[in-house]
Write a protein that binds this ligand. Structure first.
Ligand code: B4P
Length: 190
């Protein structure tokens, strides 16, 4: 199985590149952000709880997203592999993911990080906020909070995969097709 973690701060292009990677490698896309937004759209209790946190730009509790991922892995047992987009976002989530995959005799193949500076992230998210309708994209303060959450809680997850020799990093600024080509060249060498 090819199991990829696409890593990077909010607005780095994870969702954008995931769409291209699933076509190229026939992988199942698991975006915790999309799963949470779908819970919100359905008005579930989980969604309502998550919305309060997401609108402030802070992470939702680990056990909530780990439970969602576990359900999705079970629902896609025969897939060729997965793209984890926006997950794991904490070291506790990374540890739980390793354990979940181990129970399925599988493991993460690689984490690939998209490197983008903070000014460009803010520019992209504010631009998307003009038509995404996402409250967390509309407010510069919330965007800065999301970037701070990333630096405090998510950036350390890279070390988790570095110690397993599974960490790769590529430039996330430039044309979407160029960035996609860089991603493919890493994946094709795994
Ligand atoms: P996510 O939905 O994961 O959102 P995101 O970090 O903003 O990244 P996204 O994938 O949407 O954007 P992309 O970089 O593709 O998270 C939202 C919230 O959900 C979090 O703040 C948190 O509260 C919660 N959450 C989610 N997962 C969680 C977890 N595991 N644990 C706890 N909480 C969790 O693209 C951004 C924009 O840039 C787009 O408009 C795109 O068109 C543009 N873009 C992409 N590539 C570009 C390029 N090369 N050049 C110019 N623009 C580009």
């Amino acid at each position: 199985m090819l199991n990829l973690v696409l890593f990077g701060p909010p607005g780095a292009g994870k969702g954008t590149q995931s769409q291209k990677l699933i076509d190229q490698y026939q992988l199942i896309h698991l975006s915790t952000g999309d799963l949470l937004r779908s819970e919100i759209a359905q008005g579930t209790a989980l969604g309502m709880e998550a919305k309060k946190l997401m609108d402030q730009g802070v992470l939702v509790p680990d056990e909530v997203v780990i439970g969602m991922i576990s359900n999705k892995l079970d629902a896609n047992k025969n897939s060729k592999g997965f793209i984890f987009d926006g997950f794991p976002r904490t070291v506790a989530q990374a540890e739980a993911l390793d354990q979940l995959l181990a129970t399925k005799d599988s493991a993460i193949s690689a984490m690939i990080a998209l490197e983008v500076n903070d000014d460009e992230l803010e520019r992209r998210l504010l631009l998307r906020g003009k038509d995404s309708g996402r409250p967390d994209d509309a407010n510069p303060e919330v965007i800065r909070k999301r970037i701070a959450e990333y630096n405090n809680k998510t950036a350390p997850v890279a070390n988790f995969y570095k110690t397993q020799n599974k960490f790769y990093s590529i430039a996330g600024i430039g044309a979407i097709e160029e960035i996609f080509a860089s991603l493919c060249s890493v994946i094709n060498q795994l």
